[in-house]
Design a protein around this ligand. Sequence first.
Ligand SMILES: [Fe+2]
Ligand SMILES: [Fe+2]
Length: 152
Amino acid sequence: MIEWRDTMEIGVSAIDAEHRHLIEFANLVARLPKGRSQRLATMNLLSDLRELFRQHFEQEEDLMFRVEYPKVDKHLLMHCTMMTQFDMCLQNSEHDSSVLDTLALVTDWIVNHIKTEDTSLASFIFQRRQAVALAKAKTKPKAAPKQVAGKR
Ligand SMILES: [Fe+2]
Ligand SMILES: [Fe+2]
């Protein structure tokens, strides 16, 4: 189980909301009672979690292309490797213990990834926004000087 911490926020609200949701969902799976009778329910939730990861990566990759993030290839490869690992774990999850292993893998990975790669993406976005704002401010026409009443 992971507790969401403010230090995990990267400052891009849409992405933060998805990260928070991913972690809440992973915690939900972790809280399920363990045992053979619960295995199917757990596996179904893990599949749902996989789908949430896929959707999140898609959103994030879309954003990276829109902002022309220079490290997009590296970041994309990490997402892709994660999905492959997730799939392999799901296929191997024949015992309850490996379900827990899958969860541990997923949760450790997402926390590290948020704190490093996603934070780096967010920094780039902020710097880019600042540069755009600065360029706009520089090209803004200067206001005409106010005329003082009574003076010509
Ligand atoms: Fe990412
Ligand atoms: Fe992310």
